[in-house]
Design a protein around this ligand. Structure first.
Ligand SMILES: [Cu+2]
Length: 200
């Protein structure tokens, strides 16, 4: 235990910490910045080892170019800076039926009943994080057509205002049941994630 803590202190901090470790490998540390740092390490790792993180975050990302997306789709469509121009976006979709810059990460999540699943929009466009029975098309016919997902997921046809995550927004839900859940964006239907929820 003390060896591990010292090596972490060496990696993360200054020569003063290294000296402290060498001089007092087994003594309880006094009230100093060193002990505060070590407590944080101990507390954090103990918590992770005991039961894992209590929430799992899926990040929604895109690579829209504001100038061309806003001109083509409407003002405010894209709020990030730089990125893939709208015509290139359509070309890539036509060729590959998906675009890596628009994705959910991680694409596979493993978690336990009782933990929180959080979806966080880090992109410049609005996305949804919609649970579906089967992956399918979304609410934008052109994007469905270009991705070949012409069978629209019924859940995407029943969206409410709160289902739309604006840039910077997030949503969270507690997982109550074990099983495999599928989530997709109902605007960009190639954005997907699978969540495996196991019993405690
Ligand atoms: Cu989306």
């Amino acid at each position: 235990m003390s060896i591990r803590l010292c090596s972490m202190a060496v990696v993360t901090s200054t020569a003063a910490l290294l000296v402290a470790c060498q001089n007092n490998p087994s003594q309880p540390a006094g009230p100093s910045p060193v002990s505060a740092a070590q407590s944080a390490v101990i507390g954090g790792s103990a918590q992770l080892d005991a039961k894992g993180p209590s929430q799992h975050v899926v990040t929604l990302s895109d690579a829209c170019d504001p100038e061309t997306f806003n001109a083509a789709v409407g003002a405010g469509t894209c709020t990030r800076s730089g990125g893939v121009r709208f015509d290139a976006f359509l070309d890539l979709l036509r060729k590959h039926h998906s675009i890596g810059g628009w994705h959910m990460a991680p694409g596979e999540v493993t978690m336990q009943v009782g933990q929180m699943l959080v979806a966080s929009n880090h992109g410049g466009e609005t996305h949804t994080f919609t649970e579906v029975e089967e992956f399918g098309g979304g609410i934008v016919p052109l994007l469905n057509q270009l991705t070949g997902l012409t069978e629209v997921a019924p859940e995407c046809q029943a969206l409410m205002g709160k289902d739309f995550l604006a840039p910077g927004a997030s949503s969270s839900e507690k997982e109550e049941d074990a099983g495999v859940e599928k989530y997709q964006c109902c605007i960009h239907p190639w954005m997907r994630a699978e969540v495996r929820v196991s019993a405690k």
